[in-house]
Design a binder for this molecule. Structure first.
Ligand code: GLC
Length: 490
């Protein structure tokens, strides 16, 4: 054990490989994409060599992100027939000059290049097994060999799986430690885990079927990631506890409980340089924590752009999130009529929802983020971490949140008169509980001094990646340590 620790301390600069289905600025659908932009940067700033591996989707703008061929024709499935060359894949490379991060892209015509969207195809599992196998084959062929792979969500859960099974005797791959990060346990494969009959559920034990075997579509990537990774991480301490219960465990609570010793919850951060009210080019007026009044110019601009009456006194609330059940849209729908009948306020809803809505809304979301409103509604049913509340607070938009997951870890409830709290928190997932929180916020807003205090407190919170990135480094060391002691003699 001591010898292992000595070895580890010698590895000063870790080589960390992030593999995911999305990463900003190349491609971003949700919070995962944002985390894949900012976490590798934060780890790089700590002195480590963090690199990224994602598919090369057609949507990634080639002129904005010049790429060169790194490795041609990967041997992704040497023992499988591929008469039409569907699996032919290359790896391209792009160096981001500003951050110094190298990103690799798996290029494949059939599975990425030809698709207009990122997710939700009838053969998705094939696309993600391809990504997972592509990442590993890349490592075998590349001169750059990571110490640890950080695989995010079910799309890359096959990586820990392959390392521990198919490649257990591979002299290179078998030495690499893995961390499986759960950003959202609801997504486990091409199905809703609650509707899979017990007998058909993927136990995670069998081999990964060939690409042309229809059984491949039934794989549960999240379960496999959890079963085989050296370390499992989720994106907040509260969510790490919640997923051990049937309410949040999405049917994986038992295997998670079995792997409890290897399970962690590390809160996401935000990129404080990108999200900065003093410099942000997306907002018309800049302001700071010491003089937050400047933000009201932005409120007027928001009202203008949404065709709302321009009034800097009225309470403006925003809802900016995926329009899905997870985010509590049904609660909002239910209370909206009473709210409009009884309170004077404005509501701006900007949603990215199913694919069909996404394109239309995306532009709006980028341009007029919730952070410009007075308050932001996040009544999520569950929220592994949530980034919107942190971004909002950084800009002095007050979050109204349900006490779950990362929301519980980042927002403290306001209490009048004693300079306490950074937002409004409610516990039960029910319309009245949400309504009461909104009314409390609306009332607090009428007291300018109290509200300004609240805004300043919210803006003073530090959600930068600094601490969490250090925790991820520790997780990397634990994973490497575990891998070394599990594979003696190597
Ligand atoms: C998922 C979760 C969200 C989290 C994000 C990044 O989108 O739903 O809570 O912030 O991943 O980890």
């Amino acid at each position: 054990m001591i010898i292992i620790m000595n070895n580890l301390t010698k590895i000063k600069k870790l080589k960390i490989f992030f593999v995911a289905a999305e990463a900003a600025p190349f491609i971003k659908i949700g919070g995962l994409g944002e985390v894949m932009r900012s976490l590798p940067r934060a780890m790089k700033e700590l002195g480590h060599d963090a690199r990224l591996f994602i598919p090369k989707y057609a949507k990634i703008e080639a002129d904005k992100f010049p790429m060169e061929l790194e490795i041609g024709e990967l041997d992704i499935a040497p023992n499988e027939k591929d008469p039409h060359g569907l699996l032919v894949s290359n790896v391209l490379k792009h160096l981001d000059k500003e951050s110094g991060i190298t990103a690799y892209f798996l290029e494949n015509m059939e599975y990425y290049e030809k698709r207009a969207n990122t997710y939700s195809y009838g053969d998705d599992t094939i696309r993600w097994v391809l990504l997972s196998k592509g990442a590993l084959e890349f490592i075998r062929r590349s001169d750059w060999k990571p110490d640890v792979i950080i695989a995010s969500d079910w799309q890359t859960g096959f990586i820990p799986n392959l390392i521990k099974t198919e490649f257990k005797d591979d002299s290179i791959l078998s030495r690499i430690a893995t961390i499986f990060v759960i950003h959202n346990l609801k997504f486990q494969g091409m199905f809703d885990p609650h509707f899979v009959p017990e007998l058909e559920a993927d136990s995670g034990q069998g081999p990964i079927p060939d690409f042309n075997d229809p059984h491949i579509l039934k794989l549960n990537g999240a379960r496999r990631g959890i079963l085989y990774a050296d370390i499992i991480n989720t994106v907040s301490p509260t969510y790490a506890k919640e997923i051990l219960t049937p309410e949040f465990g999405e049917k994986l609570e038992e295997i998670l409980r079995e792997k409890r010793d290897a399970l962690y919850g590390t809160l996401n951060g935000i990129d404080n340089e990108k999200f900065n009210p003093e410099t942000d080019a997306d907002i018309p007026a800049h302001y700071s924590r010491s003089a937050p009044a400047g933000r009201y110019h932005n409120k007027i601009a928001l009202q203008k752009s949404f065709g709302l009456p321009e009034d800097d006194k009225i309470f403006v609330m925003g809802f900016v999130n995926r329009l899905t059940e997870q985010k509590g849209v049904d609660l909002l729908k239910e209370i909206a009529p009473s709210l409009f009948d009884n309170l004077d306020f404005q509501l701006v809803i900007v949603g990215t929802g199913d694919t069909k809505y996404r394109t239309a809304f995306k532009e709006l979301q980028e341009k007029y983020p919730a952070r410009v409103a007075d308050a932001v509604l996040i009544p999520s049913r569950f929220e592994p971490s949530g980034l919107v509340q942190m971004e909002a607070m950084r800009y002095g938009a007050i979050p109204i949140v349900r006490k779950t997951g990362g929301l519980a870890d980042t927002v403290t409830d306001y209490y009048p008169g004693i300079d306490h709290g950074t937002g409004f928190v409610f516990e039960k997932y029910e319309p009245y509980a949400f309504l009461i929180a909104i009314v409390r916020a609306w009332q607090a807003y009428r007291n300018k001094k109290e509200w300004t205090g609240l805004v300043k407190r919210a803006m003073s919170q530090d959600f930068s990646w600094k601490k969490s990135a250090k925790d991820y480094v520790k997780l990397c060391y634990s994973a490497i340590n575990k891998r070394q002691s599990d594979a003696p003699g190597e």
